[in-house]
Design a protein around this ligand. Structure first.
Ligand code: EPZ
Length: 425
């Protein structure tokens, strides 16, 4: 097992390039199941979750090759299998997203039930109910979802919560269904927009892209004729913006999908951070102190829950008290205990975190609890006085490509070593 060791207080300066979005790449890889021919993707991040999704596709009989220029070539299976095994789904619950495309392509799927994960229950009732409404027969047996559908029929599906994964699963089932499917209260995250663009490039008939009502007319064939470049990662970009603000640095972020970052930019600006669009990219710095602000996480275009942990770090050293309300997941404040060990002053009144600004963090040994919580602890280490060690770094590797190399290039004192080793800076 590895850990990250960070000696804090270096101001981050320089230019950093954002990678492709994990939460778009994983779904577009799953959508390649629908294609009758080879899929060529660009800007796919080299992260653990992408490697797991590649293994899921190979389990189905598809061929997945990473080429040198960060591209991905996915070849169709000669005869597509339909089982996503437990050991892979258990590593990455997003594997559930193969359910819709498998039912659309071969009329059956056997996918291990993804457990909850540490940020919440992660229920999938909207996915299953929607697919049943389209004519799928679904049984839950021995921890697996056994689904069959001779024909998927277009119908109207209305989500009582705009679930990202459920929207994507139903969307991918509907593109080859008989007739028209209308999804109401669909999620509108930019990564869903990217999936829609990819499906339309393959010949899918989808109206309402970017809105909360999607109208999909089923077609017989889907062909991937040209290369598709995955949208860049707004959450990675937001994470680096907070890193610059925390350390009092001055960085330029290239490839940031600014047109999808409105609320992130608004909230950072409200907290006293300067964000300028320049010819080189997005320049981030702060002139004065960090201001205390309140944040409520919401489905897009509200403030993204995937940026909540990172903002907690910034607000922990703001002038005054802030309230962060987590409206999307049931248990996304796990990093607070570790953060308080680094000198923060936060208490939880679910679903609120009350953050009283302190002067700074003290470097400490901490343990990552989940992907975004782990990334947030790295941010705290960058700002902390002294050395911070972050254990269970595998959580972070799921969603950030070359994180320590990118931070090092901006002047951070950071190294990855074996958990048993010690490092003297
Ligand atoms: C996606 O998860 C993202 N993951 C998450 O990013 C992100 O936080 C989330 O969307 C919200 O934006 C991927 O795209 C791989 P949801 P997903 O279905 O699809 C409840 C990260 O850090 N719900 O919108 O699982 C559910 O319990 C990850 O990159 C049901 O009740 O999110 C949750 O409380 C973390 N029934 C809420 O909706 C359902 O059938 C939001 O879930 C489905 C969801």
């Amino acid at each position: 097992m590895e850990k990250l060791v960070i000696r804090g207080e270096n101001k981050l300066e320089g230019i950093v390039k954002i990678s492709g979005a994990k939460n778009a790449a994983l779904k577009i890889m799953a959508a390649s199941i629908l294609s009758d021919d080879k899929v060529m993707l660009k800007n796919v991040p080299r992260i653990k979750d992408v490697f797991v999704m590649a293994k899921v596709l190979e389990e189905l009989g598809m061929k997945v090759n990473f080429n040198k220029s960060r591209g991905l070539i996915i070849a169709p299976a000669s005869s597509l299998k339909h089982e996503a095994p437990y050991e892979l789904v258990n590593q990455m619950r997003a594997s559930i997203i193969v359910l819709g495309p498998l039912l659309a392509k071969v009329g059956k799927a056997c996918v291990a039930l993804p457990g909850g994960c540490n940020i919440g229950l992660r229920k999938i009732d909207f996915h299953l109910r929607g697919l049943e409404k389209m004519g799928a027969k679904i049984r839950l047996e021995h921890g697996f979802i056994e689904a069959e559908a001779d024909v998927l029929k277009g119908t109207e599906i209305d989500f009582n919560f705009p679930s990202v994964g459920a929207t994507e699963n139903i969307l991918m089932a509907a593109v080859k269904a008989k007739g028209t499917t209308i999804i109401k209260n669909a999620a509108r995250e930019p990564e869903i927009l990217d999936l829609i663009y990819f499906l339309k490039q393959m010949g899918a008939k989808i109206k309402g892209a970017g809105t909360s009502t999607l109208i999909i007319e089923g077609v017989d064939k889907l062909h991937s004729s040209q290369e598709y470049s995955v949208v860049s990662d707004r959450i990675e970009a937001g994470t680096f913006m907070v890193a610059a603000a925390l350390t009092g640095g001055n960085i330029v972020i290239q490839n940031a999908p600014t047109n999808f970052m409105g609320m992130i930019i608004d909230k950072l600006t409200e907290a006293g951070i300067t964000i300028d669009e320049t010819s080189e990219g997005l320049r981030i710095f702060r002139k004065g102190e960090i201001k205390a602000i309140d944040i409520s996480t919401l489905p897009y275009p509200g403030f993204p829950t995937d940026m909540q942990a990172q903002m907690m770090i910034l607000l922990s050293i703001a002038k005054g008290a802030s309230i962060v309300t987590e409206n999307v997941f049931e248990n996304r404040f796990m990093l607070v205990d570790e953060l308080n060990r680094m000198g923060a002053d936060i208490y939880i009144q679910d679903p609120h975190a009350v953050i009283k600004g302190v002067d700074g963090f003290i470097g400490s040994p901490v343990r990552a609890t989940d992907l975004r919580g782990g990334a947030a602890l790295v941010l705290a280490g960058l700002a902390a006085k002294g050395v911070t060690e972050i254990m269970d770094v595998f959580h972070i590797d799921r969603g950030y490509e070359n994180l320590e190399a990118k931070l090092k290039s901006l002047g951070a004192d950071i190294a990855r070593i074996d958990e048993q080793e010690s490092l003297k800076f």
